[in-house]
Ligand binder design. Structure first.
Ligand SMILES: NC(=O)c1ccc[n+]([C@@H]2O[C@H](COP(=O)([O-])OP(=O)(O)OC[C@H]3O[C@@H](n4cnc5c(N)ncnc54)[C@H](OP(=O)(O)O)[C@@H]3O)[C@@H](O)[C@H]2O)c1
Length: 376
């Protein structure tokens, strides 16, 4: 009656008092057995931050309970441990990011978890392994995620979860931008605005590792000396607030640092103009974010007489390219630096139940705040 594979699914036990969900069969001549009705492997129920329409993140996102999900043969069920709130997560929920999930959707894009259970065909992973979606994958703001094995990349035990959770979007952006635009040699310099961001902090340290010096621009704020000190401890050579650069010749402020050939802009407006002012003849400014929501304006003379180049960077292009697979070794390299204490950045953990407090901080409602890491 039953094929051998089907038989493997039966839980055979002598019949005494059959549980109500069991079916009695008269399988072998005079012997009676019960088997439980067939049910697929399922994840535990998941608590998730979901939105069913795009809009202001603080009003459209809700904490919901999701029913157990089926774990198919190639699937891995991961118990999430930590996930960040990145500016691009916010932009996706707002509906202004070019690549975003269809609603209703669970928020989040990167994160880390441990393997909870595996589909029958999964090889090379075991319960308890630390894994990240690599490249990232939508829907990390929930307690259990079920996705195909190909989504998950195992990371070394002992990797601090905050770093595993955040390694892809920002540190990888910093790494690629230092490599992909201008050939830099030890002794060269770069200039950047938004230096307090995670990308900015990573640029400082990754540049330092290569012997490249950094000129950093931050927003004016109460306690700017403290912010400068923190960046200098990471290896920043110079840190200026925007108002300090309100001088005729910004380069006159530099001591013994060569004019930079490469600049990074994630702010726009005046902060982008300041980056361009530091650049040397034929320098390149790479724009990768627009935190001030102001456009980049370049003077005609900077184009003509200084021959500046303006470029853009979007990590998604790397993810979609043939280099997508290579991202895994880049991520391993970055996590190795994090484990060795050579790559570090400021973060603040927020318990999942307080997600909306972390969201408010990420939205800038409470002034400048460290990167929010949701802990499940
Ligand atoms: N193109 C890409 O592929 C790519 C990849 C990764 C990240 N990004 C972009 O990189 C940027 C930094 O991301 P992150 O996650 O590293 O940032 P983050 O750690 O969340 O920090 C936010 C940064 O933005 C600054 N900021 C916030 N509001 C601002 C405003 N109104 N005007 C000026 N600065 C403001 C903050 O400065 P304070 O310290 O002064 O508050 C802080 O430096 C974002 O624009 C993000 O979208 C782009």
């Amino acid at each position: 009656m039953a094929s051998s594979s089907f038989l493997k699914l039966l839980t055979l036990k002598p019949l005494h008092k059959p549980p109500s969900s069991s079916i009695i069969i008269n399988h072998f001549s005079n012997m009676k057995f019960t088997f439980r009705s067939f049910s697929a492997a399922m994840s535990p129920p998941s608590t998730a931050v979901m939105y069913d329409q795009e809009g202001p993140p603080d009003s459209v996102t809700k904490m919901v309970e999701l029913p157990p999900a089926e774990i198919k043969e190639n699937d891995v069920c991961v118990k999430m441990l930590a996930a960040p709130i990145n500016p691009s997560d916010i932009n996706r929920i707002q509906g202004v990011y070019p690549v975003r999930p269809q609603v209703p959707a669970v928020g989040g894009y990167e994160g880390v978890g441990e393997v909870h259970s595996l589909g029958s065909a999964v090889k090379g992973l075991s319960p308890g392994d630390l894994v990240i979606p690599c490249p990232p994958s939508f829907g990390t703001w929930q307690t259990y995620v079920v996705k195909e094995q190909s989504v998950w990349h195992k990371v070394a035990k002992g990797t601090p979860v905050e770093y595993a959770a955040t390694v892809f979007v920002n540190p990888l952006t910093a790494l690629r931008m230092l490599e992909d635009f201008v050939d830099l040699n030890p002794g060269d310099s770069i200039v950047q605005n938004g230096a307090t961001s995670i990308v900015g902090q990573c640029i400082i340290q990754l540049a330092r590792i290569r012997g490249i010096r950094s000129i950093n621009i931050i927003r004016d704020r109460a306690g700017s000396d403290e912010a400068k000190e923190k960046l200098k401890k990471l290896g920043a050579d110079e840190v200026y607030t925007e108002s300090q650069l309100d001088v005729k010749n910004v380069k006159s402020l530099l001591d013994n640092i060569p004019e930079p050939a490469l600049g990074f802009n994630c702010v726009g407006g005046n902060a982008a103009t300041l980056v361009m002012k530091f650049l040397r003849q034929r320098g390149t400014m790479v724009t990768y974010g627009g935190m001030s929501k102001k456009p980049v304006t370049v003077s005609t003379s900077a184009f003509i007489f200084k021959e500046l180049s303006l470029r853009g960077f979007w990590l998604q292009n790397l993810v979609s390219s043939a280099k997508g697979e290579e991202c895994k070794s880049m991520v391993d390299y970055l996590l190795g630096l994090a484990r060795d204490g050579k790559l570090t950045y400021g973060m603040e953990s927020t318990p999942f139940k307080d997600f909306h407090i972390g969201l408010d901080k990420s939205l800038g409602k409470l002034g400048s705040q460290p990167k929010q890491i949701i802990k499940f």
